[in-house]
Design a protein around this ligand. Structure first.
Ligand code: SAM
Ligand code: SF4
Length: 323
């Protein structure tokens, strides 16, 4: 469907849990209080929301979290969602720790893509950043999935004085494999506010200088706007996603469902509606579709990250929203 600004909204990110087996410094650095189970959407409720979204033409779904693979039943849910005839795409974003165990089943289900969040290839920095000594296991998972023929992408958030020194090493992955590595600007959300990112345009310039023989990839790769550069000697491409400085709100195609069932129409604003409350109050399927349609229509035109303190800025943490 189109929103009031004429943007085609066809992609939904669904956070199925706020829990995680990592403690990434910029996302969930400590044992934050988790949302009680009964306040989290059940799979049946998420499924009902997806069925309604499909009626509105929202037909590409990204399963996220917290860490989606820590929630029991995640694969069964993705299988069910994938089997709906109108579903165009089901993808997942994961920290990769449990991916190796599930990769084969994901291949069998026909999962359309796996984004693995990986910020460094240095073991100590990985431990420091995530709180888990799991780099080797994550890398094994990535290559298990890749060797099964699953489409894998790596998302890396470079942070000043933390992992910025490791960014060039990340390129080893896409040099030797058909795996895109995408650098993502840290956003001032939740604990991310305590960190500074690096300027991605500078990083891109330096990479282009190192690998001058290459081309900008014009085709849209993935679900969102990213600039890609493909050095000719590389098998994969390098992406740059600067949502704050390279604002691309005019091309925004997405809405989000938080783990508590809030339909969130902009990453920045707290605009949206609790679909969970509507469903639990006995609302009909037609009513749910209407409610989603009315809410998506009013999706804000643009974010105002970094501008000023805004009373309408969302205070949710990234682990509740799902990225
Ligand atoms: N646990 C899964 C994972 O790490 O991929 C899915 C959820 S996680 C919240 C989704 C993505 O959000 C990760 O790639 C993570 O790096 C990113 N993220 C978390 N906090 C962020 C922030 N403040 N700014 C930018 N990206 C952030
Ligand atoms: Fe967990 Fe992903 Fe947040 Fe890291 S970024 S703490 S893996 S939800």
């Amino acid at each position: 469907m189109k929103d009031n600004y004429g943007r085609e909204i066809e992609y939904m990110r669904i956070s199925i849990t706020d829990r995680c087996n990592f403690r990434c410094k910029y996302c969930m650095p400590c044992d934050v209080p988790f949302i009680p189970h009964e306040q989290i959407l059940s799979y049946e409720e998420i499924y009902q929301i997806c069925e309604s979204a499909l009626k509105l033409g929202v037909n590409r779904f990204k399963i996220t979290g917290g860490e989606p693979l820590v929630r029991k039943g995640c694969l069964d849910f993705m299988r069910k969602l994938k089997s709906l005839p109108e579903t165009r795409q089901v993808t997942i974003t994961t920290n990769g720790l449990l991916l190796g165990e599930y990769a084969k089943e994901m291949k069998e289900i026909g999962i359309d893509g796996i984004n693995v969040s990986l910020d460094t290839l240095d073991r100590d920095t990985f431990c420091h950043l995530t709180g888990v000594d799991g780099l080797e296991r994550v890398l094994d998972s990535i290559y298990t999935a890749y060797n099964l023929g699953l489409k894998v992408k790596i998302n890396c958030v470079p942070l000043k004085n933390v992992n910025e020194k490791d960014t060039f090493r990340m390129l080893e992955i896409c040099k030797n494999h058909s795996i895109d590595v995408r650098f993502i600007e840290i956003m001032p959300i939740g604990y991310g506010k305590d960190y500074a990112g690096i300027t991605l345009t500078n990083l891109e310039r330096r990479i282009r200088e190192m690998y001058p023989n290459g081309e900008e990839v014009m085709r849209k790769l993935g679900n969102g706007p990213a600039r890609y550069y493909h050095p000719y000697e590389f098998r994969g491409s390098i992406g740059f996603i600067d949502s704050i400085h390279g604002k691309f709100c005019d091309k925004c195609n997405r809405v989000r469902i938080t783990s508590e069932g809030f339909l969130k129409t902009c990453l920045y604003y707290n605009h949206g509606v609790s679909l969970r409350d509507y469903i639990r109050q006995g609302g009909s399927q037609e009513g749910l579709i209407r409610l989603m349609q009315e809410t998506i229509l009013k999706k804000p035109g643009e974010h105002h990250f970094g501008n000023c303190e805004d009373a309408q800025e969302d205070t949710r943490k990234m682990s509740q929203i799902g990225g």
